[in-house]
Design a protein around this ligand. Structure first.
Ligand code: SF4
Length: 427
């Protein structure tokens, strides 16, 4: 099938078209979307979360396809059919990781689904690291890329601090207020130099989160790992972070910079193992060094401040899966997922939820497949794999999570008193 039969997003369309992007990382996307807008792309991150999304996914994507593809495509088709958008002046944006997994092929599934729905005239933009083509209607520029790297590290920092404050806040809503205030402030700084003066911003962000009145109740810390969409997207994981907080736990979620750095690292691995990507590895190396520098700066700021747990840098993380899984295992989240579980355990977070999407063979191997080995070396690890698919009921997922929480901290966990499930559960 030739790609040229599909409508392209042209330069002129920048002025005439709204661009819809699927949801995934709410905090990060609130900072990233305005960056795209400031470069002339009228982007909107979708917020349609209801059951029509998965129904559209099931209707328009083959039922063998992994669950994230169904949700991403379902969400876009549902939005286009909602009547809210003029489909003659709307384009869609989707990421392509460039790896061997289906994430590189969602775009073709989306285009086929659009044609089936009579929406074949809607152009689809592929967001990938080769989008530097000036002739295309969508292109990265170096300044834009630099701003995006800053936005990713701000997003990672805000997510990290928010998750450490929300479960302990004394006045409901305080953490969200600080989070929203900082997103607004960072977006406001985007056009000037303030946005890139990170040291000053980091200090002020840390000061504001640390000033939130918090209880000193000890709560179980629960790490979330998994396929990238399921790990972060509230649509994919049925608002997992919110659920854990309501159940009296503290969610621990690593930043998205690690996943980006993992993708860059895989380019070098490909070259070492197969001689592929000879030329791509140079720009990947430059970008990755830059991201590592930014990530280290953010981690240092949190560590120096001394109130919150700082994340582990990618440089340390990438060696953690050694002895468990080879670097050549890089479909889906590959060795990164194993490394993330080990990193959580090393930093004292023994309770881990591994989000598993339906139809995802790679993550069944690198997540479920590695759990036995991890537990052999770390008998205190309390890891649960939760399956997400169109037919899995939320209640089943929640019951498995409650069972895991009951085992948290050696089974001493008592559920949140505000929750309907008040009794102590012992297993
Ligand atoms: S990692 Fe799994 S869920 Fe993600 S694209 Fe690949 S098969 Fe699909």
């Amino acid at each position: 099938m030739s790609e040229s039969r599909f409508p392209e997003f042209t330069l002129e369309m920048r002025k005439t078209h709204k661009i819809l992007a699927p949801t995934m990382l709410p905090i990060h996307f609130d900072i990233i979307a305005p960056i795209f807008r400031s470069y002339g792309y009228d982007i909107e991150v979708l917020e349609n979360y209801d059951s029509d999304v998965i129904n559209e996914g099931l209707r328009n994507v083959h039922n063998d396809i992994c669950y994230p593809a169904m949700l991403v495509i379902g969400q876009m088709i549902d939005a286009l059919k909602s009547g809210k958008y003029d489909t003659d002046h709307t384009a869609l944006m989707i990421t392509q990781t460039g790896g061997g997994c289906r994430a590189s092929n969602y775009i073709f599934l989306l285009r086929k689904a659009l044609e089936n729905c009579g929406l074949g005239h809607v152009p689809v933009i592929s967001l990938n690291m080769t989008a530097f083509d000036k002739k295309s209607g969508f292109a990265f520029t170096v300044p834009m890329l630099i701003k995006l790297v800053f936005a990713l590290t701000y997003g990672d920092m805000l997510m990290c601090l928010y998750n450490q404050c929300l479960p302990y806040e004394q006045n409901k809503g305080d953490s969200k207020k600080i989070l929203d205030r900082w997103i607004e402030k960072l977006v406001g700084q985007m056009d000037g130099k303030g946005f890139v003066r990170v040291k000053k911003n980091y200090k002020a962000i840390l000061r504001d989160f640390a000033a939130i009145p918090r209880t000193d109740v000890k709560k179980p810390r629960v790490g979330i790992v998994g396929e990238i969409y399921m790990k972060y997207s509230p649509l994919g994981n049925n608002r997992l972070e919110e659920f854990l907080v309501n159940e009296g736990a503290e969610p621990v979620v690593s930043g998205v910079a690690d996943f980006m750095l993992y993708c860059f690292e895989n380019i070098s691995v490909d070259y070492k193992l197969y001689g592929n990507n000879r030329f791509a590895r140079f720009p990947a190396k430059i970008l990755s060094s830059y991201m590592i520098m930014r990530q280290k700066q953010m981690i240092k700021a949190i560590g120096k401040h001394g109130v919150f747990n700082a994340p582990t840098s990618f440089v340390e993380l990438k060696n953690m899966s050694e002895g468990y899984i080879g670097k050549g295992t890089k479909m889906g989240e590959g060795w990164l997922l194993t490394a993330e579980m080990l990193e959580l355990i090393h930093s004292g977070v023994n309770n881990i939820v591994c989000t598993q999407p339906f139809g995802c063979l790679p993550n069944h191997i690198i997540a479920k497949g590695m759990m036995k080995k991890i537990k052999e070396h770390h008998p205190d690890a309390n890891i649960v794999a939760i399956d997400y698919d169109p037919s899995a009921t939320k209640i089943n997922q929640e019951n498995r999570l409650k069972l895991m929480l009951a085992n948290a901290d050696g089974g001493r966990k008592v559920f949140n008193k505000t929750n309907s499930n008040k009794e102590k559960i012992s297993v």
